[in-house]
Design a protein around this ligand. Structure first.
Ligand code: HBI
Ligand code: FE
Length: 291
Protein backbone atom coordinates (compact mmCIF):
# COMPACT_ATOMS: atom_id res chain seq x y z
CA UNK A 1 0.00 0.00 0.00
CA UNK A 2 1.12 3.59 -0.49
CA UNK A 3 1.83 4.68 3.08
CA UNK A 4 1.70 8.34 2.05
CA UNK A 5 -1.96 8.04 1.07
CA UNK A 6 -3.55 9.83 4.02
CA UNK A 7 -7.05 8.91 2.86
CA UNK A 8 -6.51 5.13 2.61
CA UNK A 9 -9.30 3.24 4.40
CA UNK A 10 -8.51 0.46 6.90
CA UNK A 11 -9.42 -3.08 5.78
CA UNK A 12 -12.84 -4.38 6.95
CA UNK A 13 -11.56 -6.31 9.98
CA UNK A 14 -9.51 -3.35 11.26
CA UNK A 15 -10.51 -0.45 13.53
CA UNK A 16 -10.31 3.17 12.37
CA UNK A 17 -6.70 3.31 13.62
CA UNK A 18 -5.92 0.21 11.50
CA UNK A 19 -5.48 -2.02 14.54
CA UNK A 20 -6.79 -5.58 14.57
CA UNK A 21 -6.90 -8.36 17.11
CA UNK A 22 -3.65 -10.37 16.98
CA UNK A 23 -5.75 -13.54 17.18
CA UNK A 24 -2.88 -15.40 18.79
CA UNK A 25 -4.99 -18.57 19.19
CA UNK A 26 -5.23 -19.11 15.42
CA UNK A 27 -1.50 -19.35 14.65
CA UNK A 28 -0.66 -22.80 13.27
CA UNK A 29 1.95 -25.02 14.93
CA UNK A 30 4.26 -24.66 11.91
CA UNK A 31 3.99 -20.85 12.19
CA UNK A 32 5.12 -21.01 15.81
CA UNK A 33 7.90 -23.39 14.73
CA UNK A 34 8.95 -20.94 11.99
CA UNK A 35 9.24 -18.13 14.55
CA UNK A 36 11.42 -20.42 16.70
CA UNK A 37 13.69 -21.26 13.74
CA UNK A 38 14.01 -17.57 12.77
CA UNK A 39 14.80 -16.66 16.39
CA UNK A 40 17.38 -19.43 16.78
CA UNK A 41 19.13 -18.51 13.51
CA UNK A 42 19.47 -14.90 14.63
CA UNK A 43 20.69 -15.87 18.08
CA UNK A 44 23.51 -17.85 16.46
CA UNK A 45 24.98 -14.62 15.10
CA UNK A 46 23.72 -11.66 17.16
CA UNK A 47 25.66 -12.12 20.42
CA UNK A 48 28.79 -10.02 19.83
CA UNK A 49 27.09 -8.11 17.00
CA UNK A 50 23.82 -6.75 18.47
CA UNK A 51 24.03 -3.91 20.98
CA UNK A 52 23.65 -4.76 24.69
CA UNK A 53 20.32 -2.89 24.95
CA UNK A 54 18.80 -5.20 22.34
CA UNK A 55 20.03 -8.39 24.02
CA UNK A 56 18.90 -7.07 27.42
CA UNK A 57 15.47 -6.32 25.90
CA UNK A 58 15.07 -9.92 24.72
CA UNK A 59 15.79 -11.07 28.28
CA UNK A 60 13.54 -8.47 29.94
CA UNK A 61 10.63 -9.56 27.73
CA UNK A 62 11.35 -13.29 28.02
CA UNK A 63 11.71 -13.49 24.24
CA UNK A 64 13.52 -16.81 24.10
CA UNK A 65 12.10 -18.10 20.85
CA UNK A 66 9.26 -20.26 22.14
CA UNK A 67 6.93 -19.54 19.22
CA UNK A 68 5.11 -16.35 18.20
CA UNK A 69 4.62 -14.19 21.32
CA UNK A 70 1.11 -13.36 22.53
CA UNK A 71 0.96 -9.54 22.48
CA UNK A 72 -1.36 -9.58 25.52
CA UNK A 73 1.38 -11.27 27.57
CA UNK A 74 4.22 -9.25 26.01
CA UNK A 75 2.37 -5.97 26.63
CA UNK A 76 2.01 -6.62 30.35
CA UNK A 77 5.83 -6.80 30.56
CA UNK A 78 6.64 -4.07 28.03
CA UNK A 79 4.14 -1.56 29.43
CA UNK A 80 5.49 -2.05 32.96
CA UNK A 81 9.04 -1.38 31.68
CA UNK A 82 8.63 1.60 29.35
CA UNK A 83 4.94 2.41 28.91
CA UNK A 84 4.97 1.09 25.32
CA UNK A 85 2.45 -1.41 24.02
CA UNK A 86 2.35 -3.39 20.78
CA UNK A 87 -0.77 -3.08 18.64
CA UNK A 88 -1.44 -5.64 15.89
CA UNK A 89 -1.95 -4.35 12.34
CA UNK A 90 -2.58 -6.27 9.11
CA UNK A 91 0.48 -4.83 7.31
CA UNK A 92 1.87 -1.43 6.27
CA UNK A 93 -0.38 1.39 7.47
CA UNK A 94 -0.56 5.05 6.34
CA UNK A 95 2.28 7.25 7.61
CA UNK A 96 -0.08 9.53 9.52
CA UNK A 97 -1.60 6.54 11.36
CA UNK A 98 1.87 5.06 11.97
CA UNK A 99 3.15 8.32 13.47
CA UNK A 100 0.02 8.72 15.58
CA UNK A 101 0.61 5.31 17.17
CA UNK A 102 4.30 6.00 17.83
CA UNK A 103 3.47 9.42 19.29
CA UNK A 104 1.27 7.56 21.82
CA UNK A 105 3.86 4.85 22.66
CA UNK A 106 2.04 2.21 20.63
CA UNK A 107 4.20 0.12 18.27
CA UNK A 108 2.26 -1.24 15.23
CA UNK A 109 3.36 -4.83 14.57
CA UNK A 110 2.25 -7.06 11.73
CA UNK A 111 0.26 -10.03 13.08
CA UNK A 112 1.21 -12.33 10.16
CA UNK A 113 4.39 -14.39 9.87
CA UNK A 114 6.32 -14.83 6.61
CA UNK A 115 5.71 -17.98 4.58
CA UNK A 116 8.31 -20.73 4.29
CA UNK A 117 9.18 -19.41 0.82
CA UNK A 118 9.94 -15.99 2.36
CA UNK A 119 12.00 -17.46 5.21
CA UNK A 120 15.13 -15.53 4.21
CA UNK A 121 13.54 -12.36 2.92
CA UNK A 122 10.18 -10.65 3.17
CA UNK A 123 9.35 -7.25 1.70
CA UNK A 124 6.63 -6.18 4.17
CA UNK A 125 7.32 -6.14 7.94
CA UNK A 126 5.96 -9.37 9.43
CA UNK A 127 5.60 -10.26 13.14
CA UNK A 128 9.20 -11.54 13.28
CA UNK A 129 10.72 -8.35 11.85
CA UNK A 130 8.51 -6.13 14.02
CA UNK A 131 8.52 -7.99 17.34
CA UNK A 132 11.98 -9.63 17.29
CA UNK A 133 13.63 -6.71 15.42
CA UNK A 134 11.97 -3.61 16.86
CA UNK A 135 10.31 -4.38 20.22
CA UNK A 136 13.29 -5.35 22.46
CA UNK A 137 14.84 -1.88 22.13
CA UNK A 138 11.59 -0.32 23.37
CA UNK A 139 12.67 -1.53 26.83
CA UNK A 140 15.57 0.97 26.69
CA UNK A 141 14.21 4.20 28.24
CA UNK A 142 16.13 6.61 25.98
CA UNK A 143 15.38 4.73 22.77
CA UNK A 144 11.73 4.40 23.88
CA UNK A 145 11.60 8.20 24.20
CA UNK A 146 13.30 8.59 20.81
CA UNK A 147 10.64 6.48 19.11
CA UNK A 148 7.88 8.57 20.66
CA UNK A 149 9.67 11.82 19.68
CA UNK A 150 10.02 10.39 16.16
CA UNK A 151 6.27 9.82 15.99
CA UNK A 152 5.55 13.37 17.15
CA UNK A 153 8.11 14.67 14.65
CA UNK A 154 6.39 12.67 11.93
CA UNK A 155 3.05 14.30 12.65
CA UNK A 156 4.75 17.73 12.43
CA UNK A 157 6.59 16.71 9.24
CA UNK A 158 3.29 15.92 7.55
CA UNK A 159 2.40 19.60 7.66
CA UNK A 160 5.80 20.47 6.11
CA UNK A 161 5.39 17.81 3.46
CA UNK A 162 8.87 16.58 4.53
CA UNK A 163 8.16 12.90 4.80
CA UNK A 164 11.16 11.93 2.68
CA UNK A 165 13.52 13.46 5.21
CA UNK A 166 11.76 11.75 8.08
CA UNK A 167 11.57 8.36 6.35
CA UNK A 168 15.36 8.58 5.76
CA UNK A 169 15.92 9.32 9.44
CA UNK A 170 13.85 6.24 10.37
CA UNK A 171 15.61 4.11 7.78
CA UNK A 172 19.19 4.97 8.82
CA UNK A 173 18.48 4.73 12.57
CA UNK A 174 15.52 2.58 13.63
CA UNK A 175 15.92 0.18 10.68
CA UNK A 176 19.67 0.16 9.83
CA UNK A 177 21.45 2.03 12.61
CA UNK A 178 24.77 1.12 14.23
CA UNK A 179 25.99 2.30 17.64
CA UNK A 180 29.62 2.74 18.79
CA UNK A 181 30.89 0.76 21.79
CA UNK A 182 34.31 0.24 23.40
CA UNK A 183 34.48 -3.06 21.46
CA UNK A 184 33.58 -1.49 18.11
CA UNK A 185 30.31 -0.87 16.26
CA UNK A 186 27.22 -2.83 17.29
CA UNK A 187 23.78 -3.18 15.63
CA UNK A 188 20.58 -1.55 16.88
CA UNK A 189 18.61 -1.27 13.59
CA UNK A 190 15.71 -3.74 13.33
CA UNK A 191 16.14 -4.27 9.60
CA UNK A 192 19.60 -5.69 10.32
CA UNK A 193 18.70 -7.49 13.59
CA UNK A 194 15.99 -9.49 11.78
CA UNK A 195 18.26 -10.35 8.84
CA UNK A 196 20.91 -13.08 9.06
CA UNK A 197 23.01 -11.95 6.08
CA UNK A 198 23.06 -8.25 6.85
CA UNK A 199 23.89 -8.88 10.53
CA UNK A 200 27.36 -10.01 9.49
CA UNK A 201 27.73 -7.90 6.34
CA UNK A 202 27.19 -4.55 8.10
CA UNK A 203 30.06 -5.10 10.55
CA UNK A 204 32.45 -7.30 8.62
CA UNK A 205 32.33 -6.39 4.94
CA UNK A 206 34.83 -3.78 3.63
CA UNK A 207 32.19 -2.75 1.11
CA UNK A 208 29.88 -0.30 2.93
CA UNK A 209 30.73 3.15 4.25
CA UNK A 210 30.34 3.71 7.97
CA UNK A 211 29.83 7.38 8.82
CA UNK A 212 29.25 9.19 12.08
CA UNK A 213 25.50 9.93 12.45
CA UNK A 214 24.64 13.57 11.61
CA UNK A 215 20.97 14.46 11.41
CA UNK A 216 20.89 16.69 8.32
CA UNK A 217 23.30 14.37 6.43
CA UNK A 218 20.99 11.41 7.12
CA UNK A 219 17.87 13.34 6.11
CA UNK A 220 19.57 14.24 2.82
CA UNK A 221 20.66 10.68 1.93
CA UNK A 222 18.56 8.35 -0.22
CA UNK A 223 18.41 4.65 0.67
CA UNK A 224 17.98 1.22 -0.96
CA UNK A 225 15.01 -0.85 0.05
CA UNK A 226 15.89 -4.02 -1.82
CA UNK A 227 19.50 -4.72 -0.94
CA UNK A 228 22.21 -4.26 1.68
CA UNK A 229 22.84 -0.65 2.65
CA UNK A 230 25.79 1.09 0.98
CA UNK A 231 26.25 3.36 3.98
CA UNK A 232 25.59 2.78 7.70
CA UNK A 233 25.38 5.71 10.10
CA UNK A 234 26.79 5.15 13.57
CA UNK A 235 25.58 7.00 16.69
CA UNK A 236 27.66 7.40 19.85
CA UNK A 237 24.75 6.53 22.13
CA UNK A 238 20.94 6.67 22.23
CA UNK A 239 21.00 10.03 24.03
CA UNK A 240 22.86 11.39 20.97
CA UNK A 241 19.99 10.16 18.79
CA UNK A 242 17.27 11.51 21.08
CA UNK A 243 18.96 14.92 21.31
CA UNK A 244 19.09 15.10 17.51
CA UNK A 245 15.31 14.83 17.34
CA UNK A 246 14.69 17.22 20.24
CA UNK A 247 15.42 20.19 17.93
CA UNK A 248 12.82 21.85 15.74
CA UNK A 249 13.03 20.28 12.28
CA UNK A 250 11.45 23.23 10.45
CA UNK A 251 14.73 25.04 9.64
CA UNK A 252 16.23 21.74 8.46
CA UNK A 253 13.25 21.02 6.22
CA UNK A 254 13.59 24.44 4.59
CA UNK A 255 17.33 23.91 4.06
CA UNK A 256 16.66 20.43 2.62
CA UNK A 257 14.11 21.74 0.12
CA UNK A 258 16.85 23.60 -1.74
CA UNK A 259 19.63 21.06 -1.15
CA UNK A 260 20.16 18.07 -3.48
CA UNK A 261 19.79 14.61 -1.91
CA UNK A 262 22.85 12.29 -1.87
CA UNK A 263 23.16 8.82 -3.37
CA UNK A 264 23.30 5.97 -0.84
CA UNK A 265 27.02 5.33 -1.39
CA UNK A 266 28.25 8.94 -1.53
CA UNK A 267 30.95 10.27 0.78
CA UNK A 268 31.15 14.04 1.39
CA UNK A 269 34.06 16.26 2.38
CA UNK A 270 32.18 17.07 5.60
CA UNK A 271 31.64 13.42 6.59
CA UNK A 272 33.22 11.97 9.74
CA UNK A 273 34.35 8.72 8.08
CA UNK A 274 34.60 5.62 10.29
CA UNK A 275 35.06 3.25 7.33
CA UNK A 276 35.50 4.30 3.72
CA UNK A 277 33.81 1.39 1.93
CA UNK A 278 35.44 -0.19 -1.11
CA UNK A 279 32.00 -0.94 -2.61
CA UNK A 280 33.23 -4.44 -3.48
CA UNK A 281 29.76 -5.88 -2.80
CA UNK A 282 27.82 -6.08 -6.07
CA UNK A 283 24.24 -4.97 -5.56
CA UNK A 284 21.85 -7.88 -6.08
CA UNK A 285 24.43 -10.58 -5.43
CA UNK A 286 22.80 -11.54 -2.13
CA UNK A 287 19.45 -11.78 -0.43
CA UNK A 288 18.55 -8.37 0.99
CA UNK A 289 17.28 -7.94 4.54
CA UNK A 290 13.64 -7.48 5.43
CA UNK A 291 12.80 -3.86 6.17
N1 HBI B 1 3.38 0.64 8.73
N2 HBI B 1 2.93 -1.38 9.78
C1 HBI B 1 3.83 -0.43 9.43
N3 HBI B 1 5.12 -0.55 9.78
C2 HBI B 1 6.04 0.39 9.44
O1 HBI B 1 7.23 0.27 9.77
C3 HBI B 1 5.62 1.53 8.71
C4 HBI B 1 4.26 1.63 8.38
N4 HBI B 1 3.82 2.68 7.69
C5 HBI B 1 4.67 3.80 7.35
C6 HBI B 1 6.11 3.56 7.64
N5 HBI B 1 6.52 2.50 8.34
C7 HBI B 1 7.13 4.51 7.11
O2 HBI B 1 6.56 5.53 6.41
C8 HBI B 1 8.02 5.04 8.20
O3 HBI B 1 9.24 4.47 7.90
C9 HBI B 1 8.18 6.51 8.19
FE1 FE C 1 10.77 -2.09 10.58
Amino acid sequence: MNTQDMHAKPPPQAAADWTIDQNWAVYQAEEHARWTRLHERQMQILPGRACDAFLAGLEALDLHGEGIPDFRHLNRQLEAISGWTIVAVPGLIPDIVFFEHLANRRFPAGNFIRSEAEFDYIEAPDVFHDVFGHVPLLTNPVFADYMQAYGKGGLRALSFNSLDALARLYWYTVEFGLISTADGPRIYGAGILSSPAESSYCLQSPSPNRLRFELRRVMQTRYRIDDFQETYFEISDFQDLFDATAQDFAPIYHALEAAPSHAPGDILESDDILQRGDHSYRAGSHLPSSA
